[in-house]
Ligand binder design. Sequence first.
Ligand SMILES: [Zn+2]
Length: 383
Amino acid sequence: MHKALATPFFQKLYKVVKLTSLNVYKQVNACYNLLEVTNLHELFRKWLVESELRSPADNFNLEKQKLEYRKELLTGRACRINVKRSERKKQAQSGTGYFDLIELSAKNCYFCPANIKTATPMFPPSLVPEGRIKVGETTVFPNLFPFAKYHAVATVSRQHFLGIDEFTLKQMQDTIEASVKFFNYVKSADERAVYPRFSWNFLPPAGASVVHPHVQLTVDEHPTNLASLYLTACKRYFAESNKNYWLYLLETERDEQHRFLGDIGDISWITSYVPLGNDEICGVFRNISSLYELDGKAISDLSKGLKRVFTAYTLFGVHSFNLSTFSAPGEDESFRLIVRIIARPYPQCYYNNDAGFMERLHEEVIVESMPEKVAADMREYFG
Ligand SMILES: [Zn+2]
């Protein structure tokens, strides 16, 4: 508990208002089926609630299903998990749409080696003198329709398609190295643009309009909404408790082992208590706070870690994902560089999107997979 929360006044106040004071899940307090409220190390809170229905599968007898309402206390972010649904065995998915998609998209692909020099844009000389950045198989060039002041695309492979477990360590390392070069070029050209993001939408269910493997590099003068929330909250947390939130979280998760996956070099991998999507895996850099601090060792650690994530995902039937980093503008004792990866639906012609009205219009995620179960299943790949 941080200093402010430890005062008797606050504790008293806290007791009185512990449920009704929350913006999120105020309604939970009024629910007569609230079973329990659990606090986890002042980091998270969980409300266990029952919902009743008469199930056709059981002669319309009364059935009580447990819901977990989870909240990350640092930011107030929340998600919901239906316990019964999370226990449902996922059917292994397959479909020809996946293969058709690869074949069709390979025709006249702008990112393939035959077209990349003539069909992709170049940077202005004031930003990148050589026009495009090249490292190994990776080429970095501007996004044709940017949605950030600085928005580049970096191809990961020369090959038009690779499954998520087929990327080599060298391809991953070269892509990240080229990305860091781009971030540094931007920093040299524009000292105010200090909020970089390394992101990857893999295949159309994750929002990729181009199948050829590529990451997106964006830099702005200001952080995104969620990055801002984390950076601000971590600063406040540090000022109040003199603790780095991410290191404290890692310490707690390592002790508990419920969501801790393992260390790979200087990055620790966990599943998130309040995920932003299904099968979320989060990598926390223990020693650095920003993408600008990525050196050869950190790039190698990240590449190795991502390969483990991709291997585990493939074995659990995940073939599409979103990945993004949360970076401070530079060294920051209150923050650590984070990479988050979430699974997306199987790529086929007709798939159930996993983002509905709750995710898109209420910014609250319905998570299908219990983070503790994801960790138990995937831990062996991080040992
Ligand atoms: Zn291609």
